[in-house]
Design a binder for this molecule. Structure first.
Ligand code: KG4
Ligand code: ZN
Length: 335
C-alpha cells in the first residue's frame, strides 16, 4: 500500500528528511544534518555556505531512505519563508522526486510546519493560541476552528531567537546563540546586571528586540576584560529581559482572549526559562499549555511531513512547473 509521505526541510541551516505514514502518523524515517558548526565561525548563517552544505547533505540523507520509495504517495517540501538559496535545494530535490516517481507535490509553509510540531502524533485540535519564537519570527497567533490564522502580535524589528544569536556573537560565543546563552545564564551568581524590558511602559502591542540588543552592546563596552563571570551575568540579565518582554505582552493578550489552550513552537521554544514562565501564565489563566517535543522545536522535516498529511487529505497539491519558491511569508493565512 502506498501511504507514506516524504518531506524535505531546508529553509535555513538544517537539512532534514522525514517519512510519515499518513494513515497512523507514524514516523518511519527521520534524519537531520545541522550546519551549526560550519556557520559557528561566522557567528551566523552564511547563505552561500548553507546552499553548498544542503546540496551535499540532502542527497546523502535521501540515499538512506530509498527502500521506502515504492510505498510513497506524495512528496512534500518547505517552500516559504526562508533563505531562497537554501529553500531552492529542497524544492529542486522535491520536484525531481515528484517527477521521477510520478507523485503529487505538496508545498508547506515553514511556520505552519512549526505549528504542526504540536500535533505530530495526534489530530490537530484547533481554537488555540500560539507563541511562535524562532530565528526569523516572533509572533503570537490565534487559530480558530476554521483553521484561520490571526496574528495578534509580531515583532517590529528583530526576533527573539535572533537576539540570542546576536548577544552570543557580541560576546564571541559562537552560533546558534540560544542554547549557549541559556546555559551561560545558569552560571550567573550575582544577577545584578539588569536591562530594561522593551516597550514596558508602552501600550503598543508589539515586540521589539533591537533596543535590548543595543543595551547589551553598551553594557559589554563597559568592560575592558569580559571574563566568564561577567559574560554569565550579562547572559542572565539579557535572557530575563527578553523572556519578561515576551510574557509582558502575552499577558495583555491573555486578558483579552480566554484561550482554552495555548502552544509554544519554533526553535527558541526550547528555552526552559520561557517555557516555565509560560507555564505559570497558563496556570494563572486556566489555560492548557501545549508543548512540542524538545527534539522537534528547531527546524526539522517531521513537522513538515505532519503538515503535509493534512494537506494531502485536502488534496492541496501544486503543479510541478509552478514557481513555488517564496522567501517571504506569503501563505500564512490558514493552517
Ligand atoms: O525554528 P528555528 O530552528 O529556525 C528558524 O526557523 O529560525 O529557530 C532557531 C532559533 C535560533 O535563533 C536559535 O538561537 C534559537 O532558535 N534558539 C533558542 C534556544 N534554542 C534555539 N533561543 C533561546 N533559547 C534557546 N534554548
Ligand atoms: Zn524554524
Amino acid at each position: 500500500m502506498k501511504n507514506l509521505i516524504l518531506a524535505i526541510e531546508s529553509s535555513c541551516d538544517d537539512s532534514s528528511i522525514a517519512i510519515i505514514n499518513k494513515d497512523n502518523l507514524e514516523c518511519v524515517f527521520y534524519k537531520k544534518i545541522s550546519q551549526e558548526l560550519e556557520h559557528s565561525v561566522y557567528g551566523g548563517v552564511v547563505p552561500e555556505l548553507a546552499a553548498r552544505l544542503h546540496s551535499a547533505a540532502l542527497p546523502n540523507i535521501l540515499a538512506q531512505c530509498k527502500d521506502y520509495f515504492s510505498k510513497l504517495c506524495a512528496i512534500a517540501v518547505t517552500n516559504e519563508p526562508g533563505l531562497s538559496v537554501s529553500l531552492l535545494g529542497g524544492i529542486t530535490m522535491a520536484k525531481t522526486l515528484a517527477v521521477g516517481l510520478k507523485l503529487p507535490l505538496i508545498a508547506i509553509n515553514h511556520l505552519k510546519g512549526h505549528i504542526y510540531s504540536l500535533f505530530l502524533e495526534e489530530e490537530v485540535n484547533l481554537d488555540i493560541g500560539i507563541l511562535l519564537v524562532s530565528g526569523g519570527h516572533t509572533m503570537a497567533l490565534y487559530i480558530d476552528d476554521k483553521r484561520e490564522i490571526q496574528i495578534l502580535v509580531s515583532t517590529n524589528d528583530d526576533s527573539f531567537g535572533e537576539s540570542f544569536d546576536k548577544v552570543a556573537k557580541m560576546m564571541g560565543l559562537g552560533y546558534p546563540g540560544g542554547v549557549i546563552i541559556e546555559n551561560l545564564a545558569k552560571k550567573a551568581k550575582d544577577k545584578n546586571i539588569k536591562f530594561s524590558i522593551p516597550l514596558k511602559h508602552s501600550k503598543e502591542l508589539a515586540y521589539s528586540f533591537s533596543g535590548l540588543k543595543n543595551a547589551v552592546r553598551l553594557e559589554i563596552l563597559k568592560y575592558e576584560n569580559l571574563d566568564e563571570n561577567i559574560k554569565a551575568e550579562i547572559a542572565y540579565g539579557f535572557e530575563e529581559a527578553a523572556c519578561e518582554h515576551i510574557l509582558d505582552k502575552l499577558e495583555k493578550i491573555f486578558k483579552q482572549y480566554s484561550f482554552k489552550q495555548f502552544g509554544i513552537v519554533g526553535g527558541a521554544s526550547a528555552n526552559l526559562t520561557l517555557r516555565s514562565r509560560l507555564q505559570n501564565l497558563c496556570e494563572k489563566y486556566h489555560t492548557k499549555l501545549k508543548l512540542a517535543p524538545l527534539k522537534y522545536c528547531s527546524d526539522n522535516a517531521l513537522m513538515i511531513a505532519r503538515a503535509a498529511v493534512d494537506a494531502y487529505k485536502r488534496s492541496e497539491f501544486v503543479n510541478i512547473d509552478e514557481e513555488i519558491l517564496s522567501p517571504k511569508n506569503k501563505n500564512f493565512l490558514r493552517i
